[in-house]
Design a protein around this ligand. Structure first.
Ligand code: HEM
Length: 193
């Protein structure tokens, strides 16, 4: 593993471990997951990924998958709550670190997919496109990204910015999940399509 990836991984490990146990995400890995819990987890993840990708200047191909899943579940993706207070993503090292966090989350998604398919019947064709990264060559993109991390994040300043951004983005997700937990009306009030 390259030193830059290792640094990003170590810097974010603690929050990642906490996220695995977050009340709104944990049901994804439990065999007893209900359709409602799955729906809430997708709303939460959409509320993070959509504004983060918008800040990156695009829509993000996995956000398009999330939107399709949410529509499968009967929700209008344009009317869902989204996080604010995301870190700045203008400088190149910050953008690369953000890609590390946003694309790295696909690893977890793929690990959770079999559980969701077994429990709820959703798969890469319907309802779980995002977890499956359907139609995205995630492995090839990940390889390219890892190479860019090592090649383009060189100076101590760039490394510090990348680390700070990765941690900041994870922290923004944690804050967002906490806000949803505190105020379930944010997602319970979501109107159906
Ligand atoms: C229930 C929630 C989650 C679970 C169970 C989970 C699980 C995993 C697993 C199994 C891996 C693969 C580890 C490896 O290959 O060594 C992984 C990697 C990763 N996950 Fe998660 N994940 C979750 C949520 C997230 C979220 C929400 C994000 C970010 C928004 C995220 C970001 C990452 C990153 C960046 C990596 C790559 C680490 C690296 O190999 O450098 N994960 N996750």
């Amino acid at each position: 593993m390259g030193p830059v990836r290792q640094e990003l991984r170590e810097a974010t490990q603690e929050i990642h471990d906490r996220l695995d146990r977050a009340a709104l995400l944990r049901p994804l890995v439990e065999p007893t997951v209900t359709a409602e819990q799955y729906r809430t987890a997708l709303v939460a993840l959409h509320g993070f990924h959509a504004p983060a990708e918008a800040r990156m200047g695009g829509q993000g191909e996995r956000v398009a998958l999330l939107r399709a899943d949410l529509a499968d579940l009967g929700l209008d993706p344009d009317r869902l709550p989204v996080a604010d207070e995301l870190p700045a993503l203008e400088a190149e090292p910050a953008r690369l670190a953000a890609r590390y966090v946003l694309d790295g989350s696909a690893h977890g998604g793929r690990a959770m997919l079999p559980n969701i398919t077994r429990a709820l019947g959703f798969d890469a064709a319907r309802g779980a496109r995002f977890l499956a990264s359907a139609g995205v060559d995630a492995q090839a993109q990940w390889k390219v990204l890892l190479a860019r991390l090592e090649a383009e994040i060189a100076t101590p300043e760039e490394r510090a910015l990348a680390r700070g951004t990765a941690v900041g983005l994870f922290a923004a997700l944690e804050r967002w999940l906490a806000r949803l937990e505190r105020d379930p009306a944010l997602y319970e009030g979501v109107p159906a399509r």
